[in-house]
Design a protein around this ligand. Structure first.
Ligand SMILES: [Zn+2]
Length: 597
């Protein structure tokens, strides 16, 4: 019946290390990836979930300049903050690392060389800025002017923060140096380009093969990109980044690989780092080279272009599978993504999240005030899975109280409480009635239905199905009313046994979404040790480098995706509430916080 164990790579997008994460961020890349991974592990598959902080590029350098610290110091600070945010959310990474490791540099350079040797990277003479007074190269971030696309007058040489478009300094209207206000001089300079048009055909075949598998919005967006593939610059006039691994370039302090080029390689470099830390340096190959292995990339929709177009093109080029042919690089051919699972955007109280405008709730603040499972529940049931979605505090409070507390928490509480009071242990079942059997059958069957939805990252359907089992069990208890059957103790025993079995099943069905409260239910019913594993933060180092924090964990725990018979006789104690009921004033308090200057 069950399919053999598969190797599944879960690749949540790399958060950019320029500040703490807010709940809009983590509803896209993080929590869906964790729900998917926890389910796949329970179903018996070999999951590798890897990611890290993305730490290069102009925005980090600009912010560091502003604060008078080094880019590295700024990246160190937010790498740690973000790792702690993700730890608090229970993100079950096998490895959460960072893009400033020596391992990452080496793997990025290997990908570059493979692409270069196969002819998919070529140099191009473009116009670069120099300072007329010193004759030195002016990094992109030090040039400011008017955006040629939207007219914003504070655009930087590499990007307009108003419209989000990537720019070249020479495109700016009225460019000036931010160092001394002079007008930069543009002279011929060389950069490297990725030859994306050489992948139009092979990417088209790849994407058309995903019809009916990927979310329609994602596939439509990716297919549209194919209509206008242009070579894309992969180096910049910037000193903060991965060096270009060619003679004459390696030591050039003023030119580095563009941050997007190194960031997408992170999924692969983190897999290699994980393998080395696991004690088997070749272990990554099972996820990247076995043709049967599957890979799922999770992100917000602003990242589709990098994951559905550019990263597959880079992998195909490294493999020698674009128009120019070629040979696989020295590590061998690498698998392209099985699916790009992109979410839409989450807004908050009708507005775009904005740290500068205080329209924000950071993960840390959220977790200081509310249960992590309440957030995970909200994202699963009401997140931006298929359309832009608004987070409101009143809806958060309503769902917490009506669904988590009143439905699931109440089912656990009243069934365990009654059994604890009457027997002090899980009771034996006597003769079962049709109603008992129907409910047990219902919850057993749900493993197939909920699992099928989770396989396809349909979290909203999946958690709704799981909650339906809970609602049916509550209705069953109300219909059977064991509290009215004092003269029929055998019948009471059978009802409570049935209810506890379904509580145990529902706990398993809800584990991918609610791992913390599922652990509590597991222990209530006599389970020992870890049910679904939790990440831990460790401090590690690599040869010759500084210490840094990683997230990792041991996820080979008890949780299984199946109904397990409960054991009569296991002692039961009066339960404490699973979730905290929130006063409706919480919504007003949070809105008042948003309106503070
Ligand atoms: Zn603009």
């Amino acid at each position: 019946m069950s399919s053999p164990s598969r190797h599944i790579l879960t690749a949540p997008a790399w958060p950019y290390a320029n500040g703490p994460r807010h709940i809009g961020h983590v509803s896209g890349f993080a929590l869906p990836a964790d729900m998917f991974s926890r389910y796949q592990r329970m179903a018996g598959n070999q999951v590798l979930m890897v990611s890290g902080t993305d730490e290069h590029g102009t925005p980090i350098q600009v912010q560091a300049d502003k604060e008078g610290v080094t880019a590295r110091a700024l990246a160190d600070r937010y790498n740690r903050v973000i790792a702690e945010d993700l730890l608090g959310l229970g993100m079950s990474y096998d490895l959460f690392t960072r893009s400033t490791t020596g391992n990452h540099y080496a793997i990025v350079q290997e990908l570059f060389k493979g692409l270069y040797d196969n002819g998919y990277i070529f140099p191009k003479t473009t116009m670069g800025a120099i300072s007329p007074s010193t004759g030195r190269t002016l990094p992109d971030r030090y040039i400011e002017g008017t955006c040629p696309i939207c007219g914003y007058d504070g655009a930087r040489g590499d990007q307009c923060d108003n419209c989000g478009n990537q720019l070249d300094p020479i495109e700016l209207i009225n460019p000036v140096s931010r160092i001394n206000g002079e007008t930069p001089k543009f002279v011929e300079t060389e950069h490297f380009m990725l030859d994306l048009p050489a992948f139009t055909e092979v990417l088209g075949r790849y994407l058309r093969g995903k019809q009916g598998q990927w979310r329609p919005n994602v596939l439509k967006f990716a297919l549209n990109l194919l209509g206008d593939m242009q070579p894309r610059a992969i180096s910049r006039d910037l000193d903060w980044g991965v060096p270009i691994p060619l003679d004459g370039w390696r030591d050039n302090a003023a030119k580095k690989l563009y941050v997007w080029f190194d960031a997408v390689v992170g999924y692969f470099s983190a897999s290699v780092e994980w393998a080395r830390r696991s004690g088997d340096p070749e272990a990554w190959r099972a996820w990247w080279q076995d043709p049967e292995a599957l890979s799922y990339y999770f992100m917000g929709k602003d990242n589709i272009v990098f994951h559905a177009e550019i990263w597959p093109a880079m992998l195909l080029g490294y493999n020698g599978q674009g128009d120019r042919g070629g040979q696989p690089g020295s590590l061998g051919g690498l698998n392209v993504p099985t699916e790009v699972v992109s979410s839409e955007f989450l807004t908050m109280e009708g507005k775009k999240f904005s740290s500068s405008r205080q329209v924000v709730i950071y993960v840390k603040d959220f977790l200081d005030r509310y249960d992590v499972d309440a957030l995970r529940y909200y994202v699963a049931v009401a997140g931006p899975e298929n359309q832009d979605t608004d987070f409101t505090w009143s809806e958060f409070v309503r769902r917490n109280n009506d669904e988590l507390v009143a439905a699931w928490g109440n089912l656990v509480n009243r069934s365990v409480n009654m059994a604890a009071k009457n027997y002090g242990a899980i009771p034996e079942a006597g003769d079962l009635t049709d109603a008992d059997r129907a409910l047990m059958h219902r919850s057993q069957k749900a493993f197939g239905a909920v699992g099928a939805e989770l396989e396809r990252s349909r979290f909203k359907n999946a958690i709704t199905e799981a909650l339906d089992v809970v609602r049916d069990a509550n209705k069953y208890l109300s219909d059977q009313a064991p509290w009215k059957l004092k003269d029929d103790p055998d019948r009471v025993q059978s009802i409570l046994h049935t209810a506890l079995q379904v509580v145990d099943d529902a706990k398993s069905l809800l584990t991918p979404f609610l791992p913390n409260s599922s652990q509590k239910v597991y222990e209530l019913l006599g389970g020992e040790g870890e049910w679904s594993g939790m990440p831990r933060l460790e401090i590690v180092s690599e040869e010759g480098g500084p210490d840094y924090p990683i997230l990792t964990g041991d996820y080979a725990t008890a949780a299984r995706w199946e109904s397990t018979p409960i054991k009569p006789g296991v002692p039961l104690a009066k339960p404490t509430p699973l979730f905290t009921k929130l006063d409706p004033s919480v919504a007003d308090d949070e809105l008042a916080r948003l309106e503070q200057p």
